[in-house]
Design a protein around this ligand. Structure first.
Ligand code: BF8
Ligand code: SF4
Length: 639
């Protein structure tokens, strides 16, 4: 059984130990059983696209160098990679579409459970899309905006409006020159499937051009729409306190864990859970009350807006159940381990699927529809309450760390600019004068290939120590929260420059900007920094870098690709499965930069990866002719 040392997180270690002592299998055990993992798959050189195959290329050059149809390693690896981008972009964008549909349902009178909560944001989005707001009421504006935006998914002519109007003009120019301007969200994904069908696109470079186009339709399209519309429907987040880690589960309460990605159900469950009648019902069953906790990105959505505690990141989903204290784990879509089904059978925990897109054999399905959201939420909560008396032995780790989240493109603007001057000027100035060395977006998942949370935390600490301000999303944000890096007090772990800023403004050095679709906030922050001026004309001029130190999902591939394609140098831990093609690897990690301004790098050691990012930041500072960092830096090096 897995040893506790697979994680650096104390609460996780305790639950891994509990699992081992009870003979319960977890992700780390299954990872062990899977060794050695298939070398062809890891290198990206196996193909099963048609039934002449499966085919595989011999990486040592002794066996076959082409599949039965003649496809070589470059084609096969590129086709596999672009399909990962398509799956990731599809996941984000389908989420975005559902949120946009919810807004449409609101204005069409199809649901009374949601409403427009952020009129200011609605008007801002309307202005971006060229929807006239003068003299129109909110319903009319929301109707027109949702129609225009829903059209972005399937329009047949022109290019994606959001990419054109949200990105810096120089960036749009680069995309147009490279021929990668996305046309519409669904179209790019469909075209990936067409191009990678047997006997279509063979040229790895042509495939990568379309991979870029598809990823852009995610970052500046589907994901951006998900973020903007979630803000309109549920309110744009503001700085807010929350607690993180398994210790947020309560021994004497009915614990409901909301796991997955979409805010539509979790928002309603969180609100309904405090209804008097339900709380009374919980008390009648012997509980103190109803405790809602998030998990993964749906957790991020509700902590950003309501400060609801988050029980853990991706690799803690099984561990939450292993506490024996979870009455119901309610899941919607994405990053939900199939292992939860059999695991919940070993405990009293009721696993409930809610999306027609995500069912599990033998698992109770209570389908959620926006037109009866509150009703469904009540049914789910009642099931959890009724399950409270069925608990067995409970063991909840103590650990829960205080944290602050709720930073957005708009909030960063207000906070750093001071109350009366909403501007990015102070942030840009801090970079220009060298108080800040640069900034980094550190995001992404967990992966049992990397010691749980070590990748995230080691990298974050190294970067802040070197005066690099961080924006974070997804499971990196949850890991950072657990490690105390989302508290203003974490300023004490920073270099002198970043420390001064954090202390003056009262912010943590790691800014939690939301769930994985909210990586779009990082894009719009970068666009705002460019617009503010003084740091070049394009995102690729900025002294910034990106990283995903424990990534695992296809969404991370799409995210990485759109960051690179937006001009950001991006370092990931586990290499993309492309190393079986020398040409494709060289393209992604070297040549791409000349065409698009950003490139990928692979480095499993988070400290080394942080140093690679810092070197890149320094090169960009030099190119902008900025002064060297104001204070002595922990990581100084010579070119
Ligand atoms: O969308 S960071 S493990 S939970 S994929 Fe999944 Fe990765 Fe976590 Fe959120 Ni994002
Ligand atoms: Fe093999 Fe070509 Fe078919 Fe792929 S498409 S399985 S390489 S024959």
């Amino acid at each position: 059984m897995a040893k506790e040392s697979v994680s650096i997180d104390k609460a996780s270690r305790q639950m891994i130990k509990r699992a081992a002592s009870e003979g319960i299998e977890t992700v780390w055990d299954r990872y062990e059983q899977m060794q050695p993992q298939c070398g062809f798959g890891s290198l990206g050189i196996c193909c099963k696209i048609c039934s002449m195959g499966p085919c595989r290329i011999d990486p040592f050059g002794e066996g076959p160098q082409a599949g039965i149809c003649g496809a070589n390693a470059d084609t096969i690896a590129a086709r596999n990679l672009i399909r990962m981008v398509a799956a990731g972009a599809a996941a984000h964008s389908d989420h975005g579409r559902d949120i946009a549909h919810t807004l449409k349902l609101v204005v069409d009178g199809g649901t009374r459970d949601y409403s427009v909560k952020d009129e200011k944001k609605l008007k801002e989005v309307a202005a971006r899309y060229g929807v006239e707001t003068e003299g129109k009421d909110v319903t009319q504006i929301a109707k027109e905006v949702s129609e225009v935006v829903l059209n972005e998914f399937g329009k047949q002519e022109g290019t994606l409006t959001s990419a054109e109007v949200y990105a810096p003009p120089a960036r749009v120019e680069t995309w147009k020159k490279a021929g990668v301007m996305p046309r519409s969200v669904d179209r790019e994904i469909v075209e990936v499937m067409h191009r990678t069908h047997m006997g279509v696109d063979v040229d790895y470079k042509n495939l990568m051009q379309h991979a870029i186009r598809t990823s852009l339709s995610d970052g500046w399209g589907g994901s951006l729409i998900a973020t903007e519309f979630s803000d309109i429907l549920f309110n744009g987040p503001e700085p807010i306190r929350f607690s993180a880690n398994l210790g947020v589960l309560e021994e004497d309460s009915v614990n409901i864990v909301l796991h997955g990605h979409e805010p539509t159900l979790s928002e309603i469950i969180a609100a309904v859970s405090q209804e008097k009648e339900l709380v009374k019902m919980a008390k009648d069953k012997g509980a103190k009350g109803i405790n809602i906790a998030g998990m993964c990105c749906t957790g991020n959505e509700i902590l950003m807006r309501h400060g609801i505690p988050v029980a853990g990141d991706f690799l803690q989903q099984e561990l939450a159940v292993i506490t024996g204290a979870v009455e119901a784990m309610v899941v919607d879509v994405q990053c939900i381990m199939p292992a939860l089904g059999p695991l919940c059978d070993c405990f009293h925990t009721k696993l409930i699927t809610t999306s027609p897109k995500c069912k599990m054999e033998g698992v109770e399905h209570i389908e959620f529809h926006e037109d009866k959201a509150v009703e469904t939420a009540r049914v789910i909560i009642k099931k959890a309450i009724e399950n409270f008396p069925n608990r067995g032995k409970v063991e909840i780790p103590q650990e829960k760390e205080k944290a602050v989240a709720g930073f957005t493109t708009e909030v960063v603007f207000n906070i750093l600019g001071g109350k009366y001057r909403s501007t990015y000027r102070p942030l840009n100035n801090a970079v220009i004068e060298g108080r800040l060395r640069g900034a980094a977006g550190v995001v992404g998942c967990n992966n049992p290939k990397i010691q749980h949370n070590y990748g995230h935390i080691a990298m974050l600490k190294e970067l802040i120590k070197n005066d690099v301000l961080i924006v974070t999303t997804g499971c990196n944000a949850i890991a950072a929260a657990k490690a105390g890096l989302l508290r203003p007090e974490a300023a004490s772990m920073c270099g002198k420059g970043l420390q001064e800023i954090c202390e003056t403004v009262g912010i943590p050095p790691v800014l939690h900007v939301g769930s994985c679709v909210d990586n779009s906030r990082i894009l719009t922050i970068l666009a705002a920094v460019v617009k503010e001026g003084g740091l070049g004309d394009d995102i690729s001029d900025l002294p910034v870098a990106g990283a995903a130190p424990e990534w695992m999902s296809e969404k991370a591939v799409s995210i990485g690709m759109y960051f690179v394609a937006s001009g950001v140098y991006t370092v990931i831990a586990t290499p993309l499965p492309v190393l079986g093609s020398k040409k494709l690897t060289k393209y992604l990690t070297e040549d791409m930069e000349k065409e698009i301004g950003g490139k990928w790098a692979f480095e499993e050691d988070p400290i080394k990866a942080a140093h690679m990012m810092i070197r890149h930041i320094d090169r960009k500072r030099k190119a902008l002719k900025l002064k060297p960092p104001m204070y002595k830096q922990a990581f100084a090096y010579k070119e």
